[in-house]
Design a protein around this ligand. Structure first.
Ligand code: ADP
Ligand code: MG
Length: 218
């Protein structure tokens, strides 16, 4: 129970997220066409396909930090636009936090998400309420943290994180965009769901599904 994310689970998470992004690609692009430039679905699908290709390569690393690092670097180099460097930073900072190991427990996972969040905030200079992917990421990281602090079992904690990411995504509809392309629209950005927050919620739902499955298999 203490080490809940091993290499197999991490790989499954990334592969599942790639599939979910591809499945929701049209929806992500449609959201981005309302308040951006209609490329979020194609950007992230391309990036996550490249992440999976690298994971399936014989030369892929076999431990947690290096896998996260490879994935982050792949996203930075294959995704143009704001989301590539931001998702890339999330994974790169998580990699630096976990280091080179075979498995991590709930506390290390939570610490890694915190490090990732700080990196994304430093890179994008956005804050809570600016109508960005942070509005899904911040509540997810906080929910994971407080559930673990309350002594909830990991399954429940990661499920609450995914629920919080989705609630955060939904809350972006009413927000006025202050960062990224959507901010050019000013008041007209209100009433639309943020594409980046939408993909970020997929990332946490994929984490919950994969990590809970991983637990069941143990
Ligand atoms: P681009 O805006 O360059 O076309 P994408 O369409 O792939 O890139 O991604 C857009 C998403 O990136 C937005 O919906 C928003 O969630 C996120 N985003 C944009 N700028 C920032 C920022 N400064 N900080 C955090 N997230 C941001
Ligand atoms: Mg875009």
């Amino acid at each position: 129970m203490s080490e809940i994310v091993d290499v197999g689970t991490l790989r499954s998470w990334l592969i599942r997220f790639a599939g979910d992004v591809e499945e929701h690609s049209a929806e992500l692009t449609e959201l981005d066409s309302a308040i951006g430039d209609a490329d979020h679905g194609s950007n992230l699908t391309r990036g996550m396909k490249a992440v999976v290709t690298a994971l399936l390569d014989d030369a892929t690393p076999a431990s947690i930090g290096p896998i996260l690092k490879q994935s982050g670097m792949t996203l930075v180099s294959t995704v143009g636009g704001a989301s590539g460097p931001l998702y890339g930073t999330l994974f790169l900072r998580m990699a630096a936090s976990t280091g080179d190991c075979d498995a991590i427990g709930p506390a290390s996972l939570s610490k890694a998400f915190h490090a990732g969040l700080e990196g994304v905030m430093a890179r994008g200079k956005a804050a809570a309420g600016d109508k960005t992917l942070l509005d899904a990421l911040i509540p997810a990281v906080e929910a994971l943290d407080s559930a673990l602090a309350e002594g909830q079992p990991f399954e429940e904690a990661i499920r609450r994180a995914a629920d919080a990411a989705e609630a955060g995504r939904d809350a972006t509809v009413a927000m006025l965009a202050r960062k990224g392309r959507a901010s050019y629209l000013g008041e007209r950005s209100v009433g639309h769901q943020d594409p980046g927050a939408t993909s970020l919620a997929l990332l946490f739902r994929a984490a919950a599904t994969t990590m809970i499955d991983g637990q069941d298999g143990k």
